[in-house]
Design a protein around this ligand. Structure first.
Ligand code: ATP
Length: 324
């Protein structure tokens, strides 16, 4: 193992830079040559693979986004596109590849590794936390804190005006951000893809919760079966005469910002471990966290399974919302 390339792929997530930095610095400290692939698999296809040095990762640990850039590449889905990528990887004699991204990015890497001789290690980087085999993905903790901060701010205005707010947060397939943000912000309700939304029940709960309060906050995961925050608000409106209903979609603000200390540390540890695994001759593995420990499992485990939300937290939230 001599030349290791790192790429960030799929949606950007705060902490990706800390991870890239750790990969580069660990490589350099162990006598390996690190390379960065710009803009994910698209940059690989276009031959944008650059040698990285200390100066390239200086002053990036605290920055959100990814200095390497990221992309969703349609061309990489084709064998022809991947062949172009393989030519460029061979030109630079890359023998190890570290992919920081979601399960789609991992899948792309496994297909690449079937078509050329290259060792691959996946690092889970996505704000959604929806990858199996890890307690936390890089970026999730930061995004969750961003959401909680935003909900706190909306609470201030909701309370001032006696409003019921539906706040839409990210989570196409999973309710990690929504449920945990609801617990952390003291929300009066949460709608997540893992539970079927029952509008009459929701109306009853909002009315019950709203008694004696100046505001209600309902967190809605964007992938909820009942629709987004606006759709949910429109569905309850006919049954909520006299209530001042509003909605807010937090959107891309959830992706950006400086990574939390938690994400920086997780990303740094995972980046260092990925290089160590490659040096030991390992391949087709994905790194994960289990409590405070880092673990590795086959990358296929991460691709073929979905992360499961701890529904005990939902039960707890419901207990907290039940008025005795
Ligand atoms: P996020 O969770 O943020 O969406 P992701 O890694 O799951 O991240 P995807 O858009 O699914 O994001 O995948 C990123 C890229 O990986 C795709 O644009 C594509 O280039 C590559 N990729 C995904 N699936 C495959 C596949 N089956 N074959 C080859 N390449 C793939």
């Amino acid at each position: 193992m001599k030349n290791i390339a790192v790429l960030t792929s799929g949606g950007d997530a705060p902490g990706m830079n800390a991870c890239v930095r750790a990969v580069v610095k660990t490589c350099l400290s162990k006598g390996l040559t690190p390379f960065g692939v710009m803009d994910g698999y698209q940059g690989m296809i276009e031959g944008r693979i650059e040698k990285l040095g200390y100066g390239d990762v200086d002053n990036i640990i605290q920055r959100g986004g990814t200095v390497l850039g990221t992309a969703r590449s349609q061309e990489f889905l084709t064998a022809e596109g991947r062949q172009k990528a393989i030519v460029h990887l061979k030109e630079q004699a890359i023998d190890g590849l570290i992919i920081v991204g979601g399960d789609g990015s991992f899948k792309g890497a496994t297909i690449l590794a079937e078509e050329m001789e290259i060792a691959i290690i996946g690092i889970p980087g996505t704000i959604d936390n929806d990858i199996a085999g890890t307690d936390h993905t890089i970026g999730y903790d930061t995004a969750l804190n961003t959401v909680v901060e935003a909900v706190d701010k909306i609470r201030d205005t909701a309370s001032s005006h006696h409003r019921v707010f539906f706040i839409e947060v990210m989570g196409r397939n999973a309710g990690f951000i929504a449920l945990n943000a609801a617990l952390a912000s003291g929300a009066e309700g949460v709608l997540i893809p893992e539970e079927v939304t029952d509008i009459p029940l929701l109306v009853k709960q909002i009315k019950e919760q709203n008694k004696g309060k100046r505001s209600s906050i309902i967190i809605v995961a964007e992938g909820d079966d009942g629709g987004g925050a606006k759709e949910i608000m429109e569905q309850v409106r006919p049954f909520m005469d006299g209530y001042d209903l509003r909605y807010s979609i937090l959107g891309h603000v959830q992706r950006g910002g400086n990574p939390s200390a938690f994400d920086r540390i997780l990303a740094t540890r995972m980046g260092g471990m990925a290089v160590d695994l490659l040096m030991k001759g390992e391949t087709n593995l994905m790194i994960g966290s289990n409590g405070d420990r880092l673990i590795s499992q086959t990358i296929l485990e991460g691709i073929n399974h979905s992360a499961t939300l701890d529904l005990e937290k939902l039960d707890l939230l419901k207990d907290l919302l039940t008025k005795g």
